[in-house]
Every structure is written in structure tokens, then in C-alpha cells.
Design a protein around this ligand. Structure first.
Ligand SMILES: *Cc1c(COP(=O)(O)O)cnc(C)c1O
Length: 227
């Protein structure tokens, strides 16, 4: 078996194991394969092994891969920082954007989404660790942005995404993720209908699953270290 096939099986098995351990439903946890800086050959191989959704961080790289791999029915997720002057090709290409952090970007994606396509699934990126350098909306400002986004017909607000500050300790990791879970819970009490928590990467996927992640974004554990 190839490395990639082996890795995909291992990652899938660990999701199943953590789901059981933390009493989560396995089918409510989606594996997003983060393929940034990995080759199209690897993406195609993973696709042929049954992995259908892929995440990319860089606009140009995503566009090239989506074009070259258009013969595959890949679900593309954009998970990197998005500048407002780059929204148009993203609106024309992806199924998901995880990193909405301001209304201007949301409005442009809404306007530029081609009419024949379904709405783009979006998450608001939350700066959950209150880091000055990190992108994302502070927790206090999420409701105001969500209120505006749900008015945009070509976007479907699915939930929240976060990249907490790296922590080695499982309980510290869980603490950060639990803040995102609580925020989603609070919003849903106010008549939002969010079903998505995009949280957890290779190094903290157990904590994310423990705290309710519905999409975990895994790169290294599937594809190996990046160039
Ligand atoms: C690179 C990246 C990942 C994957 O990280 P790994 O540690 O390689 O699993 C997940 N989410 C985002 C936003 C990323 O930029």
C-alpha cells in the first residue's frame, strides 16, 4: 500500500476512535484533506482512494489545481486569508470558504458567485485565542457579522472556524476549542442555524473532536511534511 493510502486509513481510523471515545457520531465529523503545497498527483491519488474534499490556503494555487483537476468532482474548500481583490475567482470556483473575517469580503463573494451555482458555504473565522497577529473576528464581533452574512442570498452561513494558538497539552487545546463550541451554541439560541465547527489540524484533532468539531482540516498526517 502507498504511504498516502496508509495515512488516509490511519487518519480515518483515528477519527473513528476519537468519535467513539468522546461519544460523537462518526458521520458528523468530516475529514478535509489540506493539500496546500502538495502536488496534484497526490490530490488525484487521494481522490481515487475516496477522499472527496480538499482544502487550499493560497488563491493562485487553488485555482491552478481546480482547473487541472476539473475532471474530478472535487469539493474545494478555501481555508486561507482572502483579500477582497481576490474574491472573484474564488466565488467562481469553490464550494466552501472557511475564513470570512469581514463583511466586505462576504459581500463581494455574494455578488460574484455565478447565478447558476449553489450558494457558497461559509464559516466566520474567529480569533479565539485573542492573538493580536492572528486573523479572524474577535468573539464579541461575530454576531454582528453573522447578522449581515445571513442576508446574502448567494452565501450560506454554515458555522465558525478557528486556528487556536498552538498548545501541546490536550486540556489546553480543548479549552480553546470549547470557546468556539460555546459561541456557536449561543448564536443558535438567537435563531441562527449553524451546523459547522471547522476546527482541529494534525496536532490537535483529538481535542477538536472532543469539543464538537464537524470538519477537521488535516494536512501533514495525510500528505507528510510540506516542502
Ligand atoms: C495548513 C493548514 C491546516 C493543516 O495543517 P496540518 O498541521 O498540516 O494538518 C489546517 N488548517 C489551516 C487553516 C491550515 O492553514
Amino acid at each position: 500500500m502507498s504511504n498516502l493510502a496508509d495515512n488516509l486509513l490511519t487518519v480515518g481510523a483515528s477519527i473513528t476512535k476519537y468519535a467513539e471515545h468522546y461519544q460523537r457520531k462518526r458521520k458528523e465529523i468530516q475529514l478535509l484533506a489540506v493539500s496546500k503545497r502538495h502536488s496534484m498527483q497526490k490530490i488525484e491519488e487521494a481522490f481515487n482512494l475516496g477522499q472527496k474534499s480538499f482544502g487550499e490556503n493560497y488563491v493562485q494555487e487553488l485555482l491552478e489545481k481546480a482547473q487541472q483537476l476539473s475532471h474530478l468532482n472535487i469539493e474545494w474548500h478555501f481555508i486561507g486569508p482572502l483579500q477582497s481583490n481576490k474574491t472573484k475567482p474564488i466565488a467562481e470556483t469553490v464550494d466552501w470558504v472557511h475564513t470570512i473575517d469581514r463583511l466586505k469580503v462576504a459581500e463581494r463573494l455574494n455578488r460574484q458567485r455565478p447565478a447558476g451555482l449553489p450558494p457558497i458555504n461559509v464559516c466566520i473565522q474567529v480569533n479565539i485565542s485573542n492573538e493580536a497577529s492572528k486573523s479572524g473576528v474577535l468573539a464579541n464581533n461575530v454576531e454582528a457579522l453573522a447578522t449581515e452574512i445571513i442576508k446574502l442570498p448567494q452565501l450560506k452561513l454554515r458555522g465558525l472556524m478557528a486556528i487556536p494558538a498552538p498548545q501541546a497539552d490536550l486540556n489546553k487545546q480543548r479549552e480553546a476549542f470549547s470557546k468556539l463550541t460555546l459561541l456557536k451554541h449561543d448564536l443558535n439560541k438567537k435563531a441562527f442555524q449553524l451546523d459547522t465547527l471547522s476546527m482541529g489540524m494534525s496536532a490537535d484533532s483529538e481535542a477538536a473532536i472532543a469539543e464538537g468539531a464537524t470538519i477537521i482540516r488535516i494536512g501533514t498526517s495525510i500528505f507528510g511534511t510540506r516542502k
